[in-house]
Design a protein around this ligand. Sequence first.
Ligand code: DLL
Length: 436
Amino acid sequence: MQDIAPKRETLEPIEIASRDEIEALQLERLKWSVAHAYNNVPFYKKSFDEAGVHPDDIKSLSDLAKFPFTVKSDLRDNYPFGMLAVPRDQVARVHASSGTTGKPTVVGYSKTDLQNWNNLIGRCLRASGLRPGEMLHNAYGYGLFTGGLGVHGGAEDYGLQVVPVSGGMTARQVTLINDFKPDGITVTPSYALSILDAFRAAGIDPRETSLKVGIFGAEPWTNAMRREIEDAFDMHAVDIYGLSEVMGPGVAMECIESKDGPTIWEDHFLAEVINPETGEPVAEGEMGELVFTSLTKEALPIIRYRTRDLTRLLAGTARSMRRMEKITGRSDDMMIVRGVNVFPSQVEEQLMDIGDLAPHYQIVLERENRMDTFTIHTEAASEAVDQSSRDACAQTLAKAMKDVVGISVQVQVNDPGSVERSEGKAKRVIDKRAQD
Ligand code: DLL
C-alpha cells in the first residue's frame, strides 16, 4: 500500500490548533447553539424550561451536562418539521432516515449547513489521503439517506471527480471501477464485500485495481474486517462516522496516518460519553454512550443527542481534536442471550480469523423450550472447502465464541453466496424470539 498521508501544511489550522483554542471556540459556539435552539424550537424551550435550565447557564463546557437529552423519538414526535429552527424558506435540503418502525426521522439543512457539511467531508477526504484532482467512486446510497449526497457534495467541493454510482447493480460497480480507475471508494464495509465477490466472479484480481483507499462507515465494522478488506483490495481502509440527526457522514473521520479511530471534528460537534443507565457523564476515557451537541447547525440544532453508539473518547493523535474508539456496537444492537451481552462485532472478530470462512455472516436468535438459541450463519470461503473442513471451521468458531465471548452458539457453514448480501447497511441479526 502506498503512503498517501496528507502533508501537515495542507490541513486546516483548527485541526492542529491547541486544545485551549479548540475549547474556546467550542464554548463560544455552544452558547450560540443552545440559545439558537431555545429561542427557535418550541421543543427545546419546553424541555429546557421543564428541566429548569436556561441558555445563560452555559458558562463553561461542562455546564452542558445540566441540560436535558434529546432522543430519536423526540424527532419522531415532532415529525416532519417541528425540530427546525429556521423558517421553511431557508431550508435548502431535507434528508430522512428510515427507522424499522414508524415514521422516518426528518432532518433539514440551511445553505450554510450544507457548506459546513461539504467542508467537513472535504476534511475527511483529505484525512483519507485523497487529493484534489483524484477520482472517487461513491457507492453510498443516494436519496434520503445522507451517505450518497452528503459525500457527493463535499467531494465535489474538495475538487474530486465524483462517480455518483450509489449502491446496487454490483456487477456494474466492478466494470466502472475497472474502467474509470478511481483512486478512492466510499461504501459501507458490508457492501464492499459484495463488490469484492463480484470482482472474483468476474475473474478480476481486486488487488490489481487503481483503488488506493476505501472510506467505510454507516455501520459498525471491526479491525479484523479492516485487515480483511485491506488485504483483499491492497488498499487502505479508513473509518468515517456520522449520523443523520447530527449531520450525516463526516461527524468524525479516521486519519490515514494513524488508523486509530475517528477524529471528531470538535469545532462543529461537542461530544460527551455518558453511562447509558444513569445518564451521568462517565470518567474520562471510559466506555459509554456517545452524545452529541451541534455547535454550528442552523436549520436543525441538536442538543445532547443520545446516539446509542457505544465507544470511549481518546486524546488526539494525528490531529489535536479528540478521537472516539472504533464503534463496537449500538446499545440497541446488543443481544442479551441467556444473560450474556453480545454484539455482532464479537462474532465478526472471531469469524475473520478463520481462513476457510467467507467474511459474510448473519445471526439468528430463536427460543426453543424457553431457552435462547444463537445460530451463526456463515459461508465457506470457496466451493473448494469440503464438508469436513466446513465442520472443522464450525467447531473452531463455536469454541472461540464460547472461550472469548462466553456463549454457546450453533454455527452453520453454508455454500458461498448463501448469506443475504447488503447494498447498504447489513442486517446482522434476525431476532425471532419476540414472535414466540
Ligand atoms: O449512516 C451516516 C453515514 C453515512 C455515516 C455514510 C458514514 C458513512 P444514519 O443512517 O443516520 O447515518 O445512521 C447512523 O449508523 O448512529 C451508527 O450506529 C452507525 N454508524 C455510522 N457510521 C458508523 C461507523 C449514517 N463508522 C448510525 N462505525 C450511527 C460504526 C456507524 N457505526
